[in-house]
Write a protein that binds this ligand. Structure first.
Ligand code: PMP
Ligand code: GLU
Length: 397
């Protein structure tokens, strides 16, 4: 056997966010007081009512397979949510529930891409998009969005990136890792470009509830003509603190929804019955206090980062990440080791300051690092002290 694993998996790397998190949790288990700013996972609990709905599903014996697309009850509840909260009209048949939004995105790539197709991906991007595109045999076309533009894709960049081979573009607002939130005017400008080209628009809105002083707008709600080729992705992990329940969904044009259901029927069969029962209740259990608390932490983190020399940070308006540029610190040395890249910076920060972060390379931004503030306010303050102390020990070249 020349190759033991397929070329498909040889061209992808494991999820950096998950591997840093696994390593960090192991260090914490060993008794090291590491502050975990690596993974994007709310530190609040699943709403109690949703948890009890899951328990009830078990005790009622509601534990068998469901339809591959998810239960009708949950799909109806999601269709209602999309109408009331996002102004989007979908039939339950157009909703496909999967084992996490990550899984929904994976289904999308496999359902719409042929080998050689291009998918436009604005950078900084969430770590799994390019790998999912590659697994589907397609090619990620990465478009760098500048710090000056708030890390947002501009219409002329989108226009320039579209080719004969373009199958789709991925928009993610609020964004992981930058926290950028597209305004209605910005989305409309992108929508105007998209209306001129027959490509799919994948809009990942999983952080829609986590916005601070700005409004989340769903692109197809303001550009309804795009509806027949838009795929709206969302999930329960962030808004309802249900990362471990593995529940996400996509709202899609009927033919694409059908293709994804067919694919899923051979992969996972259906999402967890218990999680789906909890999901129906979760949709009515959002806690706005969580948003206030995230905003308080964000403000504290930004104010603290601004005091640290060599670190610059665009103000995130949503999600729970800060994505500072540490490029000016590269080339410095710590205890005799020269810091060549963001990965090395994160390694040393973890080892010597006990703060776990993710290097920007994983998100297509090698000058940056990602800090998740889904940790307590006190831990944010302590992390700032540690990061500040670490940076002050660096020797400039
Ligand atoms: N999209 C984005 C932008 C994310 O940050 C994540 C990570 N949680 C997901 C999708 C997938 O989330 P999940 O699979 O937990 O629903
Ligand atoms: N999406 C989260 C993050 O970016 C969770 C980890 C993952 O699924 O990659 O950290």
């Amino acid at each position: 056997m020349e190759q033991r694993v397929s070329s498909r998996v040889r061209q992808i790397a494991p999820s950096a966010t998950l591997s840093v998190d696994t390593r960090t949790k192991a260090l914490i288990q060993e008794g090291k007081p590491v502050i975990n700013m690596s993974v994007g996972e709310p530190d609040f609990d699943t709403p109690t009512a949703a948890g009890f709905a899951g328990i009830k599903a078990i005790t009622d014996g509601n534990t068998r397979y469901t339809a591959a697309a998810g239960t009708m009850e949950l799909r109806q509840a999601i269709a209602r949510k999309l109408m009331v909260e996002n102004g989007l009209q979908y039939k339950p048949e157009q909703i496909v529930v999967s084992s996490g939004a990550k899984h929904s995105l994976f289904n999308i790539m496999l359902a719409i891409c042929d080998p050689g197709d291009e998918v436009i991906l604005p950078a900084p991007y969430w770590v799994s998009y390019p790998e999912q595109i590659r697994v589907a045999g397609a090619v990620p076309v990465i478009v760098d969005c500048s710090e000056e533009a708030g890390y947002k894709l501009r219409p002329e960049q989108l226009e320039a990136a579209i080719s004969q081979r373009t199958k789709a573009v991925i928009l993610n607002s609020p964004n992981n890792p930058t926290g950028a939130v597209y305004s209605e005017a910005e989305l409309r400008a992108l929508g105007d470009v998209l209306l001129r080209h027959d490509i799919y628009v994948i809009t990942d809105e999983i952080y829609e509830r986590l916005v601070y002083g700005v409004r989340h707008v769903s692109l197809p709600a303001i550009c309804p003509d795009l509806m027949p080729r838009t795929l709206v992705v969302n999930g329960f992990s962030k808004a309802f603190c249900m990362t471990g329940w593995r529940l996400g969904y996509v709202a899609a044009p009927p033919d694409v929804a059908k293709a994804m259901v067919s694919l899923q029927s051979h992969a996972t069969g259906s999402p967890s019955t218990i999680s789906q029962a909890a999901g129906v209740v979760a949709l009515d259990s959002f806690d706005p206090h969580m948003v206030e608390e995230f905003q308080r932490r964000r403000d504290r983190l930004l104010a603290g980062l601004a005091q640290i020399p060599g670190i610059r940070c665009v103000k995130p308006e949503g999600a729970f990440y800060a994505f500072p540029d540490i490029g000016d610190l590269l080339g410095s040395s710590f205890a005799g080791t020269t810091i060549e890249n963001a990965g090395q910076f994160c390694e040393l920060l973890l080892e010597h300051a006990l703060v776990s972060t993710v290097p920007g390379d994983a998100f297509g931004a090698p000058r940056n690092i990602r800090l998740s503030y889904a940790i307590s306010f006190e831990q944010v303050e302590l992390a700032l002290e540690r990061i500040g102390g670490f940076v002050r020990q660096l020797r400039r070249p």
